[in-house]
Design a protein around this ligand. Structure first.
Ligand code: DGY
Length: 316
C-alpha cells in the first residue's frame, strides 16, 4: 500500500477512503502542519491545502519517495509547481467540482454587500433594532445592474449563469476572449479602460499569484463608477487592501463582500472597522457535497499518478 501524508483534517468520507486505499497519515488538525518534510519521510503522496506554503524550499526538502502533491483546492498559488516539476513531483488539484459552490458564495457576497446584510445582522444581534423604518439600511438593487467579472473561467461562468437570473447585464475581462458558447452572452472587454467604467458590481475570479498581485489597485478603483460594489471569492492577493479600504471610506466603493484576504487568516485590521464590508472566512467551496467531491477528485488524481496514468486534474 502506498503511503499518503495528509496535512489537515479532511471530511470523514475522504479520510475513510484514504485510510482504505493508503497507509494514511491523517491528522485531527485544522491548521497548517509543521515540519512537513520530516512528516513526509517514506510517503508516496502528500495532500495539502490553501494556507500550507509548499514553496521551493519545502518542496526541495521533501523526500525522494514523494511522487505527487495533491492540493485540496482548485487554486495552487501556495504550491511552487515549477519546483515540484523540477523534482519530478506531479501536482493535482480540484477543478470544476467547486465552481458552483464558489460562484454561489460570490453571489452571496454581492447580495450581502448590496443589501447591507452584514450591518442588518449585526443590528438584530445587538438587540438594538427598534423596528421597521422607511429609511433604515437602504441598500441598492443588483437586478438590472451591470456585473463585471474579472476572469471568466469555470467559476466566473457559473456566476454569470446565476447573475442572469437576477437580470444583470454581464461583462467580463480576461486575457483572451472566450469562445461564444462559453460566453453565454457576456460582453468581452479586452482592456481595463472599457471594462472598469461599466462595473456597477465587480466580482473577482482570476487566479492568485504574481500575475494578478494587487490587480484591484487605486487606479483601477478610480476608473469604476462611484457607488460600485466589489466582491472577492478568489484570492486576497488580487486586491490592494489599502486602496480598497480608502475607497470604502469615501464611498467611491459603496460596499464590498470579501471571502479571502492577503495573508489570511490575518487581514488588514481596518476591514473590521468598516460597516460597509461583509467579511466571510474563506467559505467559497465549503459545502459538504463540494468538499467531498474535492476530496474524491484529489484522491483520484493521486491514484492515477501513482498508477502511472496522467490524471485530468494534473496541474500543467
Ligand atoms: C480553492 O479551492 O482554491 C478555494 O479557494 C478553497 O476552497
Amino acid at each position: 500500500m502506498p503511503t499518503l501524508l495528509v496535512t489537515r483534517r479532511l471530511p470523514p468520507a475522504i479520510e475513510a477512503r484514504a485510510a482504505k486505499a493508503f497507509d494514511a497519515r491523517l491528522t485531527a488538525s485544522d491548521t497548517p502542519m509543521q515540519n512537513v518534510a520530516a512528516q513526509a519521510v517514506g510517503a508516496d503522496a502528500v495532500i495539502c491545502c490553501p494556507g500550507d506554503v509548499f514553496d521551493a524550499k519545502l518542496i526541495g526538502a521533501l523526500p525522494d519517495t514523494v511522487k505527487v502533491i495533491g492540493t485540496f483546492s482548485v487554486g495552487y498559488d501556495h504550491v511552487d509547481v515549477a519546483a515540484a516539476r523540477a523534482r519530478g513531483i506531479a501536482v493535482v488539484n480540484t477543478p470544476d467540482v467547486l465552481s458552483v459552490a464558489t460562484a454561489e458564495c460570490a453571489m452571496l457576497l454581492i447580495l450581502a454587500a448590496a443589501r447591507r446584510a452584514g450591518e442588518g445582522e449585526r443590528l438584530v444581534r445587538s438587540g438594538g433594532w427598534a423596528g421597521w423604518a422607511p429609511t433604515q439600511l437602504m441598500g441598492t438593487l443588483v437586478s438590472g445592474r451591470r456585473l463585471g467579472i474579472f476572469g471568466l473561467g469555470r467559476i466566473g461562468r457559473e456566476l454569470a449563469r446565476m447573475a442572469h437570473g437576477f437580470n444583470m447585464e454581464i461583462h467580463y475581462h480576461d486575457v483572451a476572449r472566450m469562445p461564444p458558447e462559453l460566453e453565454s452572452g457576456a460582453i468581452f472587454h479586452a482592456s481595463d479602460s472599457t471594462f472598469l467604467p461599466i462595473c456597477d458590481v465587480l466580482s473577482l475570479h482570476a487566479p492568485g499569484g504574481a500575475g494578478t498581485m494587487h490587480w484591484l489597485n487605486a487606479e483601477r478603483i478610480a476608473a469604476m463608477p462611484r457607488g460600485a460594489i466589489v466582491a472577492n471569492a478568489a484570492r486576497g492577493t488580487l486586491v490592494d487592501d489599502t486602496a480598497l479600504i480608502a475607497a470604502l471610506r469615501t464611498g467611491h466603493i459603496a460596499a464590498a463582500g470579501l471571502d479571502v484576504y492577503e495573508g489570511e487568516p490575518r487581514m488588514n485590521p481596518e476591514y473590521r472597522l468598516l460597516e460597509n464590508v461583509v467579511l466571510l472566512p474563506h467559505l467559497g467551496s465549503a459545502t459538504t457535497e463540494t468538499r467531498d467531491a474535492m476530496g474524491h477528485l484529489v484522491l483520484d488524481g493521486i491514484d492515477a499518478v501513482l498508477g502511472g496514468r496522467t490524471p485530468g486534474n494534473l496541474v500543467k
